[in-house]
Design a binder for this molecule. Structure first.
Ligand code: HEM
Length: 165
């Protein structure tokens, strides 16, 4: 028989916020790939630039969701007395390991994202369109973003599967 573990009100609140953050984060993956795919196939430079503006804005929403997800995940780690890299909860140790990889990836992404945002904003202000230079600047954040999407999906699977529990 399924017996729910005792959760106090604060834990229910933090856990709910964690899952809300997960919904925003994971929920943004598919739309962002659709927007990037359409942007790559659009031939009109102004239309293409507008789609990359949308893609970068979606990245900001994902970034904020990731902050909430990390804050609530770390808080749950303490409030539920799991601790960091617990040997008796492999799924959580793996989730935390993936978090470390994700933080390194985010660190590598910050500079390229800022450079791409600046170039895109300048082109928008000048009333211009997509250029090969901007396309080159967007390539790195787009590739690193794919890795973050993979990390997010792995963490979701680990949270639901819970190997080692
Ligand atoms: C994109 C990344 C993440 C996703 C998709 C994710 C997903 C989830 C989901 C769906 C749950 C609820 C599981 C359930 O109720 O059965 C959960 C719970 C939890 N997550 Fe995450 N999570 C992520 C990142 C993290 C991180 C980075 C940490 C810790 C540093 C963390 C720690 C926890 C803890 C402690 C719980 C509570 C487990 C329990 O209720 O027993 N999560 N996570």
């Amino acid at each position: 028989m399924y017996t729910p573990r005792p959760l106090d009100t604060l834990n229910i609140l933090i856990r709910s916020l964690h899952v809300v953050a997960v919904v925003f984060l994971i929920g943004g993956i598919a739309p962002s790939h659709v927007v990037a795919g359409v942007a790559r196939r659009t031939s009109d430079p102004k239309g293409q630039l507008a789609l990359w503006v949308a893609w970068l804005r979606m990245g900001k929403v994902s970034g904020m969701s990731a902050l909430l997800m990390i804050a609530t995940g770390v808080t749950l780690t303490f409030t539920m007395n799991f601790g960091f890299f617990p040997g008796d909860h492999l799924w959580l140790a793996l989730k935390q390991g993936i978090l470390c990889l994700a933080l390194v990836t985010i660190g590598l992404m910050m500079g390229p994202v800022r450079a791409a945002e600046k170039a895109v904003q300048e082109a928008v202000n000048a009333g211009g369109g997509m250029t090969p230079e901007i396309a080159g600047l967007i390539k790195k954040p787009a590739n690193l973003g794919r890795m973050l999407d993979l990390f997010g999906c792995l963490n979701l699977i680990l949270a639901l599967w819970r190997p080692g529990e």
